[in-house]
Design a protein around this ligand. Structure first.
Ligand SMILES: [Zn+2]
Length: 328
């Protein structure tokens, strides 16, 4: 059984609402372009929006502006086996969409639609196309064969070839306001206080905040914060802290360190208090924290984050970082 790729329940995010209305209005007026580039900040479900649009375009039993989820087209789509829907994404073990995938699609799309009234391609994430693949798609983007829609989604549209961008109509999802994300997460049964902490930890990125609410990630983050603050106060055994961090979700530890140092750097520039209590503790104890030092520590944390797949020992990297941090 293929994994269901689409369910009506989880693809309708409130921060997509405005753009969705715009797309539906254009569709109703028969002005929906055939080459569409959807973009958003990361962790905002842009690929779900693309799926929602795709299934809306092939559904035969529409329910207002939504696909019904029940007709044959909807069901085949949900099962990932609709013959008129092409998913172009990196194949297993690869990070790029290759030219062969595009060529195969370009050939197939010229055949007439077999079931739905149109053919759809979802290119995701669009920035995963290597240059050859992107070039191979250009002509089809300019003149999609028959009634075809090519829907690209991206959280990094600036990385796309300018020629790809210029051939698509571009739509950007607005950054989700924290209040909107907070309402959405509390409505799904989470405690307000916890939701606010999650939004803060996720720096406002809605689906990342939702992830923080699953499992014990927020507790892990809080404990890392305690080790980080104790180190700065000279109250921690660096090796013990480093050894503890190695056992945690390491890429996230580096990400948090980098976020906290970024907060401190920003506070030195603006003089404003930090929203994150961990960063605020540092800022209030050291209001004149040298900008250069915070930037240097942030850059070290980013290097640690990138070193995950490398040969360097993580415990030593953490120790090195903590040693610098302890000297502030
Ligand atoms: Zn349907």
């Amino acid at each position: 059984m293929p994994t269901p790729m689409f369910t009506l329940k989880n693809n309708n995010y409130p921060w997509h609402a405005m753009l969705w209305q715009q797309l539906m209005k254009q569709h109703a007026n028969q002005h929906l372009p055939h080459a569409i580039l959807l973009s958003s900040q990361p962790h905002a479900g842009i690929e779900k929006l693309a799926e929602r649009l795709a299934v809306r375009l092939i559904c035969t039993e529409l329910n207002d502006d939504s696909a019904c989820g029940e007709c044959r087209n909807c069901k085949l789509f949900a099962g990932g086996s609709h013959p008129d829907v092409f998913i172009l994404e990196p194949e297993e073990d690869s990070k790029v969409i290759k030219i062969d995938q595009i060529r195969e699609f370009v050939h197939k799309i010229t055949l007439t639609a077999s079931m739905a009234s149109c053919k759809i391609a979802l290119v995701r994430p669009a920035e995963a196309m290597n240059q050859a693949a992107a070039n191979a798609l250009l002509k089809t983007l300019e003149e999609p064969a028959g009634d075809a829609y090519i829907i690209l989604s991206s959280t990094e549209p600036a990385r796309l070839l300018a020629t790809i961008r210029s051939r698509c109509q571009q739509y950007a999802v607005e950054t989700a306001a924290n209040t909107l994300v907070e309402d959405w997460l509390t409505q799904s049964g989470n405690q307000t206080e916890k939701v606010r902490t999650a939004i803060l930890a996720a720096r406002g990125l809605p689906l990342l905040a939702a992830e923080y609410l699953q499992g014990d990630l927020l507790d892990v983050r809080r404990n890392v914060g305690i080790g980080y603050l104790k180190t700065a106060r000279g109250q921690a055994d660096l090796m013990a802290v480093a050894n503890n961090w190695v056992t945690l979700k390491q890429p996230l530890v580096w990400l948090w360190l980098s976020q906290w140092m970024g907060d401190v750097a920003r506070a030195s520039l603006t003089g404003e208090a930090c929203k994150d209590p961990v960063s605020e503790a540092v800022r209030s104890a050291r209001p004149n924290f040298p900008l250069e030092t915070s930037l240097q520590l942030q850059s070290m944390a980013m290097q640690g984050w990138r070193s995950q797949e490398g040969p360097l020992r993580q415990d030593l990297l953490f120790e090195q970082w903590l040693l610098q941090w302890a000297q502030i």
